[in-house]
Design a protein around this ligand. Sequence first.
Ligand SMILES: *Cc1c(COP(=O)(O)O)cnc(C)c1O
Length: 286
Amino acid sequence: MWRGEGMSELGKALQSVAERVKQAAARRSKTLPALQPRLVAVSKTKPPEMIIEAYRQGQRDFGENYVNELVDKASNPQILESCPDIKWHFIGHLQKNNVNKLLGVPRLFMVETVDSVKLADKVNSSWQRLRAAGTQRLKVMVQLNTSGEQSKHGLSPEETVNTVRHILSQCTALHFSGLMTIGRYGYDLSEGPNPDFQMLLRWRQEVCDNLNLPLEEVELSMGMSTDFEHAVEVGATNVRVGSIIFGNREYPNSAANTPSPSPEKKAKVVSEDAAKKMAHLTVSEH
Ligand SMILES: *Cc1c(COP(=O)(O)O)cnc(C)c1O
């Protein structure tokens, strides 16, 4: 799958991450479902050329978190031509008024961020209307807010079972694929297993017990650049890795427009959050 000679920096980074995913999977407890984890390369803010290069190196799954950016990239003529088997994952916050736009994306593989019954219904009815007869159901994951932070999207974990039940029984155009979390930023793994990931595991168990689903049919999307190996070791089947593959993201003007943090707060956390907000503004403007 991986091309050996003439490999670009991007190719090397990709290969190294893929290898680390494989090794982490081999360290998993045998009590976990033996699902080969899927590596989703998160290409947000990165140009089409980098996506094409990663594809050329064998990568197939790509993640984007803003609808407009995903629409632009997925319908980019070069990507359409060079990446016939690309699989797009939507991993950002989805608003109901953007659903039709998102579902029009060519080669959309999965929406990882369904976080309410209403949104599930909207995605379901849109997919029913938009898809050609005979097309597959759309894969969706249910996003949980495992950290309880106000700023995070995702449903509160107690609603998980009912939401999944609703999708299984009412959303016939959707295929429920699993649970997703972002988790708190900057958790220190030396303090033990990431509690957000443990929470996702616990709610998968609840879903499976209550709805009579086999564990291996419910995926877990968790883990990013800083913690994907840990995530895989504890059971992630889908990791979303961006910056260590494509390099750090640049958010234009973020420094200039960041409000000065209050002295009590950790500057690092504040500036990361501000950078994310700026990214949102910047991206939704174009
Ligand atoms: C940006 C993003 C990632 C990837 O983050 P990195 O730290 O660059 O690996 C993963 N998941 C979501 C939801 C994201 O928005």
